[in-house]
Write a protein that binds this ligand. Structure first.
Ligand code: KIV
Ligand code: ZN
Length: 534
């Protein structure tokens, strides 16, 4: 139960003067910590750059003490980011905070984010009583503030913390120099009215609360993260913590695209401003889906494939007469092109470059050459190449470092199984072949790969989606593998679903090999989670 779930009427507390809401993106920290969403160093840098370009105010780039890799990613993002503040996460101890500062100190605008679990359940983890925890908060926030001018403090599981104690610790953190107080709904338990009441209660009761920024950080376990974040803003929070596509552990975090578009579209009832260039939303959503290996569900608000599709006759008729009949925002507002112009096998390199630029992809010459070869190959097999086909081509993972490559695949299917797959793989430069059977063409193919490259990984996810309509549509396949705690996701697209499956499976194995090598003794291993907080 949430303690003291009563309400504080809005007019009894001081509301902030500004209607500007800061967007704090934690895709690279809370999002990346969701099992299976691990990104490579280069991918993190790319996403950070896209976040900066779209106008995110604060990028939480990682948890520097967690691993060497996290530290390097946060410090490099801190060095190269032009506009956004760069924030790192630290538990409530000096070692974490020092490591965090070492990583973010290079930023134009560095921020340390330190936190401790304050609810009864979380207080039991470090075995501190209320007074001892209060003392720890005072010491650690003071220490962080001595290093950095911009300090954010979070009482983890705030929505299940006793109100009197929450007021007490928030006041201590403010007095120790915290400039932002974040109120996390760590387990996605709160509801909009309660979320608003909590911020209102803090603004009313805590001395000095009107001099700092309150942030809201919601998880989506009950599907209320967006509503809870917006309710907190209505009560006076001026920073929303969120991730692209709502990426994050369990049901995820508040989705950036949802809160930003809600504020934009319903400005009449939510008169706030963000600094986000909403036309960049689709591109970054696609990139995050690709590099995290978490595809966006078709009917996801704002960025789902069907979010702007109007298929039923009545809808189409209405749309042709006046697009506002069924559309509350224009596709262009989120970076979706009006046209879904078809390219064909006679389209040249310049047309491809222009089309990709239109779709938000500016490729270097060598990348364009690679995509052009694959585009020609696809155009030979498929009459029309649509925007989504091109996006699927461009967003396929870079295979230059792969140890396993698919050279040839022939599958025999039919009603009288078992199905049979002949496969040739190049493994570390050497071609090897095998024939395997299985319960269906995909099973036979995966068995053949495993016969040539034995491994102990288990298949966690196998997902197929059609990129466009029609029987010659490309299929995108996602495969997630798990081996001794390492998770890797592979993706691929092809007009042949079994070929796409084979490539996605091989891609996942290649990524798993990288993970394995990284965590060999002496190598970089991620052992600490912020959930271990004490
Ligand atoms: O959900 C949570 O409580 C967090 C904190 C570390 C802010 O992510
Ligand atoms: Zn969180």
């Amino acid at each position: 139960m949430a303690p003291d779930a009563g309400e504080t009427p809005r007019d009894q507390h001081v509301m902030p003067q500004t209607n500007r809401v800061k967007i704090f993106d934690t895709t690279l920290r809370d999002g990346e910590q969701s099992p299976g969403a691990t990104m490579t160093h280069e991918e993190k840098l790319e996403i950070a750059q896209l976040l900066d370009e779209m106008g995110v105010d604060i990028i939480e780039a990682g948890f520097p003490i967690a691993s060497e890799g996290d530290f390097k990613a946060v410090s490099e993002i801190a060095k190269v980011t032009r506009n956004a503040s760069i924030c790192g996460l630290a538990r409530a101890n000096f070692k974490d905070i020092d490591r965090c500062w070492d990583a973010v100190r290079h930023a134009k605008r560095p921020r340390i984010h330190t936190f401790i679990g304050t609810s009864p359940l979380h207080r039991a983890i470090p075995n501190l009583d209320m007074d001892q925890m209060a003392e720890r908060i005072h010491e650690t926030v003071t220490h962080a503030r001595n290093l950095c001018e911009d300090v954010q403090w979070s009482p983890m599981d705030a929505t299940r913390t006793e109100h009197d104690y929450l007021c007490r610790v928030v006041e201590i953190a403010i007095k120790a120099g915290a400039t932002t107080i974040n109120i996390p709904d760590t387990v996605g338990y709160t509801a909009p009215r309660e979320s608003a009441a909590l911020i209102a209660m803090l603004l009313e009761r805590v001395p000095g609360a009107d001099e700092i920024t309150f942030a809201t950080h919601c998880h989506n376990d009950l599907g209320m993260a967006t509503a809870n974040s917006l309710a907190a803003v209505e009560a006076g929070a001026r920073q929303i913590e969120c991730t692209i596509n709502g990426l994050g552990e369990r049901a995820g975090n508040t989705a950036l695209e949802e809160v930003v578009m809600a504020i934009k579209v319903r400005h009449d009832i939510m008169p706030y401003k963000t600094g986000i260039d909403t036309t960049k939303i689709m591109n970054i959503s696609r990139r995050v889906a690709t590099v995290s290996g978490f595809p966006v569900q078709f009917n996801k608000a704002i960025v789902g494939k069907n979010a702007f599709a109007h298929e039923s006759g009545i809808h189409q008729d209405g749309m042709l007469k006046n697009s506002e009949t069924f559309e509350i925002m224009r596709p262009q507002d989120v970076g979706l092109n009006d046209t879904n112009l078809v390219m064909g096998k006679h389209s040249g390199r310049a047309a491809l470059r222009a089309k990709l630029k239109d779709l938000g992809f500016e490729l270097a010459d060598n990348q364009l050459n690679d995509v052009f070869v694959r585009f020609k190959d696809l155009a030979d097999r498929k009459k029309e190449v649509w925007d989504d086909d091109l996006i699927a081509l461009v967003t396929q993972n870079d295979a230059s470092q792969d140890r396993l490559r698919l050279k040839h695949l022939r599958v025999i299917c039919g009603t009288d199984g078992p199905q049979k797959a002949d496969i040739v793989l190049e493994i570390d430069g050497q071609e090897r072949s095998v024939t395997a059977t299985g319960d269906g063409p995909v099973d036979a193919t995966f068995n053949a790969v495993k016969a040539l490259f034995p491994h102990g990984a288990t298949l966690q996810v196998y997902q197929v989606a059609a990129v466009t309509e029609g029987t010659d549509a490309q299929a995108t396949v996602s495969v997630r593998l798990e081996e001794q705690g390492h998770i890797a996701t592979g993706q691929s697209a092809d007009t042949d679903t079994v070929v796409a499956s084979a490539k996605a499976y091989i891609n996942a194995i290649n990524r798993l090999i990288v993970r394995r090598e990284k965590s060999a003794p002496g190598a970089d291993t991620k052992t600490i989670s912020y959930r271990d907080a004490g």
